[in-house]
Ligand binder design. Structure first.
Ligand code: XMP
Length: 319
């Protein structure tokens, strides 16, 4: 695609000129946008880039390792990984209200990022994966729900108080252009086509109070959902697919014993813009495999449901 390769070339030159000899920090989330930003910056300024990955303990199975792997395979940039699981779980203890969960995660994220960034010498810029739709959205309604969500939870949304000059090289692009740019820059297909994952991570899919034990169950179930949808060749056919741990126990029977265990909901949606969405018509056989595997392999789960609600009136996430 000649237009995007021109865009990449031009942007890389502009960044180089603008940054000079100073240092740029970039938050890495494992998502497409922050990865493409990091790739562009690395091409432009190489060793002057420092990436920060905050592991909030709310990531999916193997996600931290995967991000580090993909990242170090493609760039040799300076990468700081902050293991902050204890801190996030401590501030989530006893909290069940979804917005309060989000608020605490957002706050901890900013604090962790700030602390790490302060230790990086000569850091002047912060690179963010703001896209064109984000620019429009926040322009139209800076205090609207969408803007608030994004401001607090996306890596691409740290507040001004950090005191860095912003670099937002994706400001003119739509998501599909960002994906094509990612491929153009040599990022792997798997990363470029990854489903979006919310900033508050598994916390909004672990309904009610978030605990380490519940996260273990949810992570295992979610990994099975993703494995099976990939094995069926349907990952790219859906926009977002994941497991949710419900805050209920239900009765089951195993051998000749009664069980009273957790229920998992499987959510899969198709959407163009994430503002409206329809539930994915996944094949029954695939749903059967997912259910059997979760119940057999994940200790503490005896029931699996499939979410057949569209947005609106439901939302994609459950919290
Ligand atoms: P809903 O659940 O509102 O989700 O239909 C729409 C899209 O936004 C994602 N989402 C979030 N992303 N921080 C984020 O970065 C959040 O707090 C958040 N809540 C929802 C959701 O995964 C879906 O792609």
């Amino acid at each position: 695609n000649w237009q995007l390769s021109d865009f990449a070339e031009l942007t890389i030159q502009q960044i180089r000129q603008h940054v000079g000899k100073r240092r740029v920090i970039c938050g890495l989330s494992g998502g497409v946008d922050s990865s493409v930003v990091a790739a562009l910056l690395y091409k432009a300024i190489g060793p002057q880039l420092t990436c920060i990955l905050i592991d909030n303990g709310l990531l999916r199975k193997n996600e931290q390792a995967l991000v580090i792997d993909e990242f170090t395979n493609h760039f040799k940039a300076d990468l700081h990984v902050v293991n902050a699981e204890d801190r996030f779980l401590a501030s989530l203890a006893g909290i069940t209200e979804p917005q309060e969960k989000r608020r605490r995660i957002g706050h901890d994220f900013i604090e962790c990022f700030k602390k790490e960034a302060e230790e990086i010498e000569n850091a002047h810029f912060l690179a963010q994966g703001t896209l064109y739709p984000d620019v429009i959205e926040s322009g139209a309604d800076p205090d609207g729900p969408a803007a608030t969500i994004k401001l607090h939870h996306n890596v691409g949304g740290l507040p001004d108080e950090l005191g860095f000059e912003l670099i937002e090289p994706l400001r003119d692009l739509f998501k599909d252009e960002v994906r094509r740019l990612g491929l153009e820059l040599g990022l792997p297909e798997k990363l470029v086509w990854r489903h979006p994952f919310p900033g508050p991570g598994l916390a909004v899919r672990c309904l009610g109070e978030v605990t380490r034990d519940k996260l273990v169950v949810l992570r295992a179930a979610d990994a099975i959902v993703i494995e099976e949808i990939e094995a069926a060749g349907l990952y790219r056919e859906t926009s977002q697919t994941f497991a949710v741990l419900l805050p209920v126990q239900s009765v089951g029977v195993m051998g000749d014993a009664r069980t009273y265990d957790n229920a998992i909901a499987v959510r899969s949606v198709n959407t163009n813009d994430f503002m409206t969405a329809d539930w994915s018509r996944l094949p029954y056989d695939l749903l059967a495999r997912i259910s059997t595997r979760i119940i057999n392999e994940v200790k503490g789960v005896n029931r699996v449901c499939y979410d057949i609600s569209s947005k609106p009136p439901a939302t994609i996430e459950w919290e």
